[in-house]
Design a protein. Structure first.
Lengths: 270, 356
């Protein structure tokens, strides 16, 4: 205790206290905040998915999207968004949102897949929209990766970067990194156009093309994808590479130059 | 290898002029001059200067660095021979990298680094580190030299008759001035003049809008609200020899808006059921501007963040772009396919001198 009080006037003491306080607040928040909604309804029965979904909806979603999915000032209408949109938004943890912001970020999902299916059937009952894709539609095995790459560069790369690393949009919005995103969710995002992403309907981008794109994203960003040059540095090309070279490369050179010209060790200690 | 005392090294008569005069001035005034040049600190020998054993150790360290460099060069050549170009290995923490690239880079890096490190270590521990003073010499030439050069010049000018024979002088000026014109004429050979290529694209009345993904003509029902579709003019194929120069001007971006959301009267007239067709080429420096935000209907250019409002005639909201994106007037033909009504009404892409 004596040691502690002796150090409280250290110039860094304020930072340490601040960091500690921030860490504690943040830790408590993540530990407690989302769990309230997760326990919404556990005893799911398969009998009436829509009815169960409605119950889940009333608890978890209606405060922003309105009691009948008609939307409020805090959230858009869900009439006609379809089951695929629900599966994407809730399955990637984007919904329910923790707070209003530029866009809903992806976070650990709160609902079980069975609950998501019930929510999806309820929202799908509000108005027709894209239904959840089947495994044959999105499963990337056997798809044409090269064609997918070409389509990705035409349709997706402007926002998500050539290798799907994501990028910035306006006013705090971003196109997310596609690394580790499930094939089903990539497919649903193209179908439904979540948030500010435009949709790519089957008329403009047929099912097979979507599957090829999923295969390309998995090939470029998967566990097994190769990076012959070593560090990809975010895949941004010359921007991040140049910054790395200027900051770290030049920084090391400057440091070495200073050290070379510094006084050498002397025999006599001064 | 020297162990001379400090006084012998930097003796009084070797010190700079200013320093001595400064000290003398201060001495004369009584109080010491606060700005007196302290001069060089006394030289102190390094351990290698007085201990032959330490010097030997330094020598061995330098030799070891050079030897590591030699081994690394040998390893470079060996890995060039040993690894096939497509061999991929997992290396923590980089990931799955090309074995050839990695080994070539690491070995060449070590080879170069050890040469440098050895040289630096050699210089810092073994080469003489006696501080010395080398006075700057005056930049100006000696006055005799200056006078001789001047008189030589005057005599040369006189002997050549440059000032007297004006005919020769003037024709020489003329000849020298005209020669560069031949270069100016050759510049004309750099390529054909652009003529009106910058003002026209492949779009014209009746050309169908072809989906860039499927290569099929687009129907209005293919394009839903919130979607983004790219189109090229009918008849332009990817293996055409002028595909790139034509698509660079004709590339088209299609979105469907709620007709009520469209604020610009002309935009509404040129649309079909809310489907608007805009040039995909940024009016700043010609990047493909297609970062479409479907909720705000803003389009962002990835190069310099120019932002266009698609509900208001693609007005520039932000960024360096100088003009709105040109809109293509579209409608539907009798078979139900989208077609262009005309070419773009203004040049697409960045401004140029004669754009007006």
């Amino acid at each position: 205790m004596k040691k502690l009080s002796a150090r409280r006037r250290h110039p860094l003491a304020a930072f340490v206290v601040l960091l500690f306080a921030l860490a504690v607040t943040g830790g408590l928040y993540t530990a407690f905040a989302p769990s309230g909604e997760a326990k919404a309804d556990q005893e799911s029965s398969q009998s009436l998915a829509i009815e169960e979904g409605k119950k889940l909806y009333d608890v978890g979603c209606s405060s922003c999207h309105g009691t009948g999915g008609q939307g409020t000032t805090d959230g858009p209408s869900l009439v006609g968004v379809g089951a695929a949109a629900v599966d994407f938004q809730v399955g990637t943890g984007r919904m329910p949102m923790q707070q209003q912001g530029a866009q809903a970020p992806s976070k650990p999902k709160i609902y079980e897949q069975s609950e998501i299916d019930q929510l999806a059937s309820y929202v799908a009952s509000l108005g027709s929209g894209p239904s959840m894709p089947t495994k044959e539609q999105y499963d990337p095995s056997g798809a044409d990766v090269a064609n997918g790459g070409e389509l990705f560069r035409t349709n997706c790369a402007q926002c998500h970067n050539f290798t799907g690393q994501g990028g910035a949009l306006t006013h705090g919005k971003t196109a997310p990194n596609l690394e580790g995103v499930e094939p089903k969710h990539i497919y649903e995002a193209m179908q439904t156009g979540p948030q500010n992403m435009p949709s790519f309907t089957d008329g403009a981008l047929p099912e097979k093309d979507k599957k090829d794109i999923v295969a390309y994203v998995k090939e470029a960003n998967g566990e097994k994808s190769e990076s012959p040059g070593g560090f990809a540095l975010g895949g941004f090309g010359p921007v991040s590479e140049g910054m790395f070279a200027w900051v770290f490369g030049m920084g090391v050179l400057v440091g070495v130059a200073v050290w070379v010209a510094a006084r050498t060790a002397k025999a006599k200690k001064s | 290898m020297s162990s001379q005392g400090p006084d012998e090294n930097v003796s009084e008569d070797k010190q700079p002029e200013e320093r001595r005069s400064g000290v003398e001035r201060a001495g004369g005034g009584g109080a010491p001059d606060p700005f007196a040049d302290p001069g060089l600190p006394p030289h102190e020998p390094r351990i290698q200067d007085i201990d032959e054993g330490a010097a030997k150790r330094s020598e061995r360290a330098v030799a070891l660095l050079f030897a590591i460099s030699m081994l690394a060069t040998v390893a470079f050549i060996a890995s060039y021979v040993a690894f096939p170009i497509d061999k991929i290995v997992y290396v923590w923490p980089i990931g799955r990298v090309s074995a050839l690239n990695l080994s070539l880079g690491v070995t060449l890096g070590i080879a170069l680094f050890c040469i440098g490190a050895g040289a630096v270590h050699w210089a810092r521990t073994l080469m003489s580190d006696q501080e010395m003073i080398d006075e700057r010499h005056s930049v100006a030439a000696e006055p005799e030299m200056e006078a001789k050069v001047k008189s030589d010049f005057v005599q040369g000018a006189k002997e050549s008759g440059f000032g007297r024979r004006k005919l020769i002088r003037n024709t020489m000026f003329g000849a020298v001035a005209l020669v560069p014109l031949s270069g100016v004429v050759l510049l004309r050979d750099l390529g054909p003049l652009p003529e009106n290529k910058l003002r026209h694209t492949l779009w014209s009345k009746g050309k169908l809008l072809v989906n860039e993904n499927t290569n099929q003509p687009l129907r209005p029902e293919d394009i839903s609200v919130g979607s983004l579709t790219f189109a090229k003019p009918e008849g332009l194929e990817e293996d055409d020899h002028d595909f790139h120069s034509e698509i660079a001007k004709a590339s088209l971006m299609l979105v469907r808006l709620e007709p009520n959301d469209i604020k610009d009267k002309r935009e509404l007239d040129w649309s079909h059921e809310g489907i608007v067709a805009y040039s995909k080429i940024c009016t700043h420096v010609g990047c493909p501007v297609s970062l479409y935000e479907q909720q705000t209907h803003h389009v962002l250019c990835p190069c310099h963040q120019s932002t266009f409002d698609l509900t208001d005639g693609a007005r520039v909201l932000f960024g360096p772009a100088g003009h709105p994106l040109p809109q293509l007037k579209i409608s539907v033909n009798k078979d139900g396919y989208l077609e262009a009504q005309d070419d773009f009404q203004e040049p697409v892409g960045p401004s140029f001198w004669e754009r007006g």
